[in-house]
Design a binder for this molecule. Structure first.
Ligand code: KG4
Ligand code: ZN
Length: 330
């Protein structure tokens, strides 16, 4: 089965072709990071306009790279949400137009299901499994007992972990997206700054707004007193506190639900400090981490999630019935 997939939920326009939920034939990602960098974050209106400019070219390149005929495509999968509504609409409408013009069935895929299924490109999933989802908009611990069944054990009560990384980076003037920059500096410092307790007790829930505010206040106080901020040490202290809570709650979930596999998903899954701590501390179950190129937003992950979603319920979003979208966009 060949799936053509589309992702446009934030600032990446991406189209991919995948055979049998495994073999990536092409995965073209057009990133807008350099455009949004100037503003210190994603500007939704600009993002929508850039998706419109790029989407046709990305479709064409993905089809060219995959070297397959449009007639051989069995399913179109598109991110239906969550994400920036203007950005989502471009991908959904492009996918619908392609599906309609070529008479192909279409499914709408949850963006986070895509991040989770990026792991299935590395290893066949074994159940029950625990997945730690860490992205710019989400922080969740998920239990899966079978394919395409997601049980949320806990989530962030406020900011997502990637959001906290980006805000910390911005406060110390590192630029956007800040996560990778904080990660890089964290490898060179010492955890010399005190960080608040972010353990949230015995729950599987998280909270990152407190530590984010703590770092902002710390930096402002240091600046006001004309003291020198040790940037690598601050990055190490922040990263150490954040990765500690992520890993220790993951371990508790693995033990409590007798998981056979543990995986991480989302942009922050690229974090080297997190990967190192997982490798050191989670040794009793099989650990899967997605390839770096499939950690941040891309259409391949939507294609594989769409493949498993379709295998499970055989349901399509039939665009021809009433001419309007039956995809729930939120
Ligand atoms: O999953 P993603 O591409 O987009 C969302 O769906 O949100 O994640 C983007 C987030 C950004 O906040 C970015 O700073 C963060 O992932 N990120 C990282 C790293 N690489 C990307 N955060 C920490 N360390 C990294 N190496
Ligand atoms: Zn994402």
């Amino acid at each position: 089965m060949i799936v053509l997939s589309v992702e446009s939920s934030c600032d990446e326009t991406s189209v991919s072709l995948i055979r049998d939920g495994k073999e990536v034939l092409s995965n073209v990602v057009l990133s807008q990071i350099d455009i949004h960098k100037e503003y210190g974050g994603v500007v939704p209106e600009i993002a929508s306009r850039e998706h419109i400019k790029g989407v046709t070219m990305v479709f064409e390149e993905a089809l060219r790279n995959a070297k397959i005929d449009k007639k051989d495509i069995d399913l179109v999968a598109v991110t239906k949400g969550p994400g920036l509504i203007g950005s989502l609409l471009i991908g959904v409408n492009a996918a619908k137009a392609f599906a309609y013009a070529n008479d192909i069935q279409i499914v709408g895929v949850h963006h986070i299901a895509g991040h989770i299924y990026a792991n299935a490109l590395t290893k066949d999933l074994v159940f029950p499994l625990i997945c730690l989802v860490v992205s710019g908009g989400h922080t969740e611990l998920i239990l899966m007992k079978e394919h395409y069944n997601f049980i949320k054990l806990g989530e962030t009560m406020d900011d997502a972990v990637g959001e906290a990384y980006d805000k910390v980076a911005r406060t110390i003037g590192l630029g956007y997206p800040g996560g990778p920059l904080v990660d890089k500096l964290a490898a060179t410092g010492k955890p010399s700054y005190h960080m608040p307790d972010i353990s949230m007790g015995d729950t599987f829930d998280f909270s990152f707004s407190g530590i984010k505010s703590h770092v902002i206040n710390l930096v402002h106080n240091i600046n006001q007193r004309n003291e020198v901020l040790n940037v690598p040490d601050l990055c190490t202290s922040f990263q150490e506190a954040v990765t500690e809570v992520l890993v220790s709650k993951s371990i508790r979930a693995i033990n409590e639900f007798d998981a056979k596999m543990f995986m991480i998903a989302g942009g922050v899954a690229a974090n080297k400090g997190l990967r190192k701590k997982i490798a050191e501390r989670i040794t009793n179950v099989e650990v899967v981490v997605p390839e770096f190129k499939y950690c941040t937003d891309n259409a391949a992950m939507i294609g594989i999630a769409g493949y498993y979603q379709f295998q499970k319920d055989q349901k399509v979003d039939d665009m021809k019935l009433n001419g309007s979208s039956r995809l729930n966009l939120i």
